[in-house]
Design a protein around this ligand. Structure first.
Ligand SMILES: *Cc1c(COP(=O)(O)O)cnc(C)c1O
Length: 393
């Protein structure tokens, strides 16, 4: 599957990823093609990034035009794309103010700084965070500090101080960790890397209530579960529980590296001020053209409505597959973010899936994680089920 010519130079890359033995060349819709022309049905979407799939003509045309006009100017100057993208993203996310970053981890960093600065402004003396076991928030030091995996944190300790870990979907364990020093509670409304675990309605509502009662900011990390993936534009909207600060990235640029953190007006007024935070690249005209155009396409093509049409079909086919397949223990998730707990090793299933021409992901606990482009249709679901069934046999 791997063309050796493509591997040229690989020995000079830091050996940090266990790459699959596939060298990809191009994509079209929900399919990817390797350097030898083999077709793969994509149920990974570049780890939830390519919501609109590949080779979207409208997006590519907008990006090419922007590239010829201006790519980068720094945040010392205003560019219309930045304001338009911010206004659209604020409206889509239900937040009031937006700051563009280059990645999800940077969005998390910004969210943590915002919560700390809010506490500082209020002279509350608060600085601690409560995060969740099995959470994932990215690889920078601040983000690792709130990531609920000992093995990701330990080699880099001492990290950001004052972080305590509660059990996800266990309100009492969160309550037990709240002190007069707690400034923020950070959680994913649906844990992705942690094994595809959706928050319960009760948990989301309970966290909101605890935050309100104790002057704590609620931070939702929507880097993976946002942008239509779970059947609402952002996952919090599916619960009707609005956070104070929210992070986004992955699908907001459909592959152009861009993220964002956003907040309510109250948080904006009482937190980051000029000099507190910044980025050279973040939200440059090209990145914001991506966000702006992606959001336009979401609206015009009714992507969220489409997710709500195709997701129940996917789930029904997965439940049927689970019922007739011994090695599948459970199917769980929301919308087009689904996980299969299986007794087989992911490496083995993935190898077979690649042979069948299917791209899948793993999550904690050997869970098979499915994050297809949001534009998949029922026929792609059928094709995936056929291939996955062979891979699991
Ligand atoms: C992927 C991810 C991140 C990190 O995003 P990067 O762009 O890789 O830095 C943060 N939070 C969640 C929930 C993610 O899934």
């Amino acid at each position: 599957m791997v063309n050796e010519k493509i591997r040229n130079g690989e020995e000079k890359l830091l050996h940090i990823y266990n790459r699959f033995p596939v060298a990809l060349d191009h994509g079209e819709g929900v399919y990817l093609y390797d350097t030898e022309g083999k077709q793969y049905l994509d149920f990974a979407a570049g780890i939830g990034v390519n919501g609109l799939g590949y080779h979207n003509a409208e997006l590519n045309a907008a990006l090419k035009e922007q590239l010829d006009r201006l790519c980068h100017i720094s945040n010392l100057y205003y560019h219309e794309n930045c304001g338009v993208a911010a206004r659209m993203l604020a409206s889509a996310s239900g937040m009031d103010r937006v700051f563009f970053t280059n990645s999800g981890a940077e969005a998390v960093e910004g969210a943590l700084k915002t919560a700390r600065k809010y506490a500082w402004t209020k002279k509350s003396g608060k600085y601690e965070f409560i995060a969740m076991n099995h959470s994932f928030h990215g690889r920078t030091v601040g983000a690792v500090s709130v990531t609920g995996h000992q093995e990701y944190r330990e080699p880099f300790e001492p990290l950001f101080p004052g972080v305590h870990f509660a059990d996800y979907n266990d309100l009492d364990s969160v309550k037990a960790l709240i002190s007069e020093k707690t400034c923020g509670i950070i959680l994913e409304p649906l844990q992705g890397e942690g094994g595809i675990h959706p928050a319960t309605q009760e948990f989301m509502e309970g966290i909101r209530k605890l935050c309100d009662e104790n002057e704590i900011l609620m931070i939702c990390d929507e880097v993976q579960c946002g942008m239509g993936r779970t059947g609402s534009m952002f996952a919090w909207q599916g619960y009707g529980v609005r956070p104070d600060i929210m992070t986004m990235a992955k699908a907001i640029g459909n592959g152009i590296p861009v993220g964002a953190f956003a907040m309510t007006e109250n948080v904006a007024e009482n937190s980051l001020k000029p000099g507190d935070h910044g980025t050279t690249y973040g939200g440059n005209p090209l990145a914001c053209m991506a966000v702006r155009t992606v959001l336009e396409i979401f609206e015009k093509d009714q992507i969220v409505e489409h997710v709500n049409k195709v997701a129940p079909y996917l789930r029904a086919r997965l439940d049927e597959l689970a019922a007739r397949t011994d090695c599948i223990l459970e199917c769980r998730g929301k919308g087009l973010m689904q996980g299969l707990a299986v007794t087989k090793s992911f490496a083995e299933v993935n190898q077979r899936a690649l042979e069948e021409g299917l791209l899948i992901l793993s999550a904690e606990g050997g869970v098979i994680r499915l994050l297809p482009p949001l534009i998949i249709e029922e026929k792609h679901v059928d094709e995936m089920i056929q291939k996955l069934e062979k891979a699991l046999s």
